[in-house]
Write a protein that binds this ligand. Structure first.
Ligand code: GAL
Length: 672
């Protein structure tokens, strides 16, 4: 080596002048691109916007986040060291969060904190980053669910080879794109092909049909006791007999006409296809009112959602009086002298609200808890179940969501209970199970005694494998998980936990992975769903293939074209509403790609190729045997509503190109 070359190399490797060492603080980077389980990334604050505090010590600098959290940083070899202190933020005192901090360099784990609990002293970390191109800071759940997991990276900084900043990024695409074609001008009937009603119960069915208005409707072979309004397509009346009827629905406008068969089963079972509608909780939280509910009903009609089969308008928590309402409209006497529940002043006349909703051919849902208090601290049904069931029937309620909150305290014999208390009961089996099932059977039985059909939804987060006994409690659907939020971690974790309950789904019995988190949501604090467009396609596709009740959680007056496209694809909806009532399950896993398959009544199979990974999946898929198909198949893209391939499954392959966190949602139709 020449003396000159030697001089230059030593000069550079010494990091002289051109390459001076410098410190870049994590809080100086753009943290807004982080994905996390809840809330917004805190820059020098906790996730709740408070000073960072771990085990009593306050820190000025750092990143406050919430499990499950991921922040990606491009280093390209420009950083040499990362150091920080990590721990759970004290703001969640009184709860029992647990997390694990992890650091990945080029997808290899460089360090892990081990499981940490609230009150643990901040743990120091220092890792060498030499040669690393991409760093990921992760906060994983510590094994007890991602609840209250407020986690802090404090005094976090990089030593760099002279650069003064580093670039954070999020690999998931964020541009919305519309796949669903607009409905045609000619009439098309989109209602499910089967509908259950009990003999003697009021019948209410609005034909869902797209196409130009004005449109007129008719129905052939309607059972005795039913009549159709030709202008609205709303069928009302009562059927006395226990019998099955084959009806033909018809719709006509200036451009043409359409017809579709509807099987009406007048028998014991109701909710023969999963419930479709709207619920107030994910958008309005405790701020719900009769006026907002009426406006939601109007918006369901005006937006055209009703023409695709959406028809329930469900009021969640906070129509009752509250035990500690700061809002004066929540302060009042819970019940009258005979124990009948009184509605708070935001709901002046529940019967009138029911009539309004029914007048549009829609159904009304309501919410309560078997404990003395609902989750939000409103009056629950405990001790007054009979009166409540009677009130619901009198108001015209068609659906009850019956929550768990505060019933744990009843079992524990507590005189009064903290409405936010996590149930103390291990509700798993044996006598505990009987105690936990009892209140749900009690209400189920009372609902059956009412002179109308009330679809019964259990909301106890899947405890005691509710899918195994929900039917015995006379319920038609049951939540399988804790509450959903509009984050990727929440949707992913819920989706991946559904298969175990799948064998129990059938017409009249549905597993409920919680409501939809697309559009403007926010539990009283409205914002656009934080899910990326591809994540939203995956969310809706999976809820469709899971045969899940589809309850829109967004503000219906604020839907943009992208949200409407997600909620009005009749082929996606038809899979969910398929009369066979099977729940799709994962039949093949290839790395982060999961392939869910659902058998359909017409012999076809719906398939969701769901990419849970951060890299796009591009491959030629051949393993059709695993998916239960053979021979020649036509592949139809459900989101685009068009056939995309004909394959011979023995020899051919299917080209998959699925975005990160995205989905390809297809129907396979056998050509034999
Ligand atoms: C939760 C339930 C939510 C919502 C809330 C109302 O327990 O899972 O969906 O109903 O209560 O307080």
């Amino acid at each position: 080596m020449s003396r000159f070359k030697f001089f230059v190399l030593s000069f550079l490797s010494a990091g002289c002048c051109l390459n001076a060492q410098s410190t870049v603080w994590l809080d100086q980077l753009d943290l807004s691109v982080a994905t996390q389980g809840n809330g917004k990334p805190g820059v020098n604050t906790s996730v709740d916007g408070k000073p960072l505090m771990v085990a009593g010590e306050v820190f000025k600098r750092g990143f406050g986040t919430h499990a499950e959290s991921s922040l990606l940083i491009k280093l390209n070899g420009k950083a040499t060291k990362f150091s920080a202190l990590v721990g759970l933020d004290d703001e969640m005192k009184g709860h029992d969060p647990a997390v694990e901090f992890e650091i990945y360099g080029d997808n290899k784990k460089l360090w892990s904190s081990g499981v940490m609990h609230l009150g643990d002293k901040a743990k120091p970390v220092s890792v060498s980053l030499k040669g690393i191109k991409q760093l990921e800071l992760v906060v994983a759940d510590g094994g007890n669910g991602p609840y209250y997991d407020h986690a802090d990276w404090v005094n976090a900084r990089f030593e760099t080879a002279g650069v003064s900043t580093l670039e954070t990024f999020n690999p998931i695409a964020s541009e919305p794109y519309i796949l669903t074609p607009k409905p045609a001008a000619t009439p098309k009937i989109n209602s499910a092909t089967v509908y259950g009603v009990r003999p003697g119960s009021p019948f209410l069915f609005r034909i869902a049909a797209t196409g130009d208005r004005p449109m007129t409707f008719a129905a052939k072979n309607l059972p005795e006791g039913l009549k159709i309004d030709p202008q609205t397509g709303i069928i009302t009346g009562k059927i006395a007999q226990k019998e099955t009827y084959e009806v033909e629905l018809m719709a006509k406008n200036a451009k043409g006409s359409a017809s579709k068969k509807l099987k009406i089963e007048s028998a014991d079972r109701i909710a023969l296809t999963p419930t479709m509608g709207w619920n107030s909780w994910n958008c309005f939280g405790h701020e719900v009112s009769a006026d907002k509910v009426k406006r939601a009903a109007d918006a369901l009609v005006k937006s055209g959602l009703v023409n695709h089969g959406w028809n329930y308008i469900n009021i969640d928590d906070s129509w009752q009086y509250n035990r500690n309402g700061k809002d004066p409209s929540f302060n009042g006497q819970f019940r009258d002298k005979d124990g009948y529940i009184l509605t708070n002043s935001k709901f002046p006349d529940m019967k009138n609200l029911g009539d309004y909703i029914h007048g549009n051919g829609l159904k009304m849902g309501i919410y309560s808890s078997p404990g003395p208090w609902t989750c939000g601290g409103c009056a629950g049904s405990y001790g007054y179940e009979k009166q409540d069931a009677e009130s619901y029937a009198q108001w015209g309620v068609d659906y009850l969501k019956y929550d768990w909150c505060s019933y744990g305290g009843v079992i524990d014999g507590l005189p009064d209970h903290d409405p936010n208390k996590v149930p103390s009961l291990a509700f798993n089996g044996g006598s505990d199970l009987d105690k936990g099932v009892k209140p749900f059977k009690l209400m189920g039985n009372l609902l059956r005694q009412q002179p109308r059909d009330i679809v019964y939804n259990l909301c106890q987060y899947g405890m005691g494998d509710v899918w195994k006994w929900g039917d015995e409690a006379d319920a038609q659907s049951w939540r399988t998980t804790n509450d959903i939020t509009d984050t990727w971690a929440s949707v992913k974790n819920i989706a991946l936990a559904q298969d175990k309950a799948a064998p129990y789904a059938k017409p009249g019995n549905w597993n409920d992975p919680d409501m939809l988190v697309v559009g403007v949501v926010g539990w009283g604090n409205p914002h656009q769903s934080k899910l990326k467009p591809d994540e939203q396609y995956l969310h809706i596709s999976l809820w469709s293939i899971f045969s899940a009740p589809l309850l829109i959680g967004c503000d219906l007056e604020k839907m943009d074209d992208f949200t409407l496209n997600l909620l009005t694809n009749d082929e996606v909806i038809a899979v969910n509403q398929d009369a066979l009532g099977k729940q799709g399950v994962c039949l093949n896993t290839l790395g982060e790609l999961k392939i869910y398959v659902k058998d359909l009544e017409d012999g076809g199979k719906a398939m969701a190729f769901a990419n849970f990974g951060r890299e796009k999946v591009k491959l030629a898929y051949k393993d059709f045997k695993k998916l239960g198909i053979s021979g020649n198949q036509t592949v139809r893209d459900l989101w685009r509503q068009k056939d995309i391939a004909k394959i011979n499954t023995g020899m051919g392959s299917l080209a998959l190109d699925i975005p990160a966190h995205g989905v390809a949602y297809y129907k396979f139709i056998s050509n034999q």
